[in-house]
Design a protein around this ligand. Structure first.
Ligand code: ATP
Ligand code: MG
Length: 250
């Protein structure tokens, strides 16, 4: 579950990336994040990955408030979020197989584990026959499928796709959307930031969070933020317990 509770991020020049944004996304949802250029879509992603810290408000990811994550545990947090970019961000000197294997190598997985996982991922994105190719030998759609496989490598709970179809033609765009839908159906929460009309039209009935100038202006299937998440209640209990113990000592 992801909760944004009145989250604002202001940059040094006083522009807001996002401003008092609140929403709740449940596990397994597919959600479109839309809005014109500069509306705050990428800022939202960077807040979730903790590249940015909010100036106001709190973000809950699963059962953890992001401000509580210690720097040494940041890589663990980031492995829970697979990010897909418009420009693929693949390593040009590495082939398809190596690009997909990289996050697993970094996570210290065994050779056997890596081989099995990369084989499965190549099947999922239908690139079994392209494992030895390099970025310059791939079409845009294929490159994006490699980047999707890489994002899925560590089996993240959430995929954040930031304008994944920005460089693709209509037909390839629709094939990438089909793939993201399939990944969602297999259980991963998918957040899809886009202002591509082909995507918006194809996913008409999907939940849509709309941003403008950093503010959330509509949420088509708004979920009520429950009174207080469990974790917060537990924290409060702990605090009370401390108070009581202090009182007893006094
Ligand atoms: N690192 C930064 N420093 C200063 N301002 C920033 C920074 N990152 C984003 N902004 C500003 O925050 C606002 C939101 O930017 P953001 O990149 O989140 O928009 P976006 O919706 O992703 O746009 P696009 O569709 O063009 O990718 C913009 O006004 C932008 O100029
Ligand atoms: Mg952006």
């Amino acid at each position: 579950m992801i909760i944004f509770d009145k989250v604002s991020k202001k940059f040094f020049n006083d522009t807001y990336g996002v401003k008092k944004v609140s929403f709740l996304i449940e596990d397994g949802e597919l959600v479109l994040i839309t809005g014109p250029t500069g509306s705050g879509k990428t800022t939202l992603m960077r807040l979730i990955t903790k590249e940015y810290q909010p100036d106001e408000g709190r973000i809950l990811f699963n059962d953890t408030y992001l401000e509580k994550i210690k720097p040494r545990l940041l890589p663990d947090h980031r492995r829970k979020i697979g990010v897909i970019f418009q420009d693929y961000r693949l390593l040009p000197e590495s082939n398809v197989w190596e690009n997909i294997a990289l996050p697993l190598l970094i996570a210290g997985k065994s050779q056997k584990n890596i081989e099995e996982r990369v084989t499965d991922l190549l099947k999922l994105v239908h690139l079994e026959n392209k494992a030895n190719l390099f970025l310059k030998e791939l079409s845009g759609g294929e490159a994006q499928r490699v980047s999707i496989a890489r994002a899925l490598a560590t089996a993240p709970a959430v995929i954040f796709a930031d304008e994944p179809t920005g460089n693709l033609d209509q037909e390839t765009t629709l094939s990438i959307i089909r793939l993201l839908k399939k990944i969602n159906e297999l259980g991963t929460t998918v957040l899809l930031a886009t202002h591509d009309v082909v995507v918006l039209d194809d996913l008409k009935d999907t939940r849509k969070i709309e941003l403008k100038d950093g503010e959330l202006i509509s949420d088509s299937h708004k979920k009520k933020i429950k009174s207080k998440p469990k974790k917060l209640k537990d924290e409060k209990k702990k605090l009370n317990l401390k108070k009581i113990k202090r009182k007893i000592k006094e």
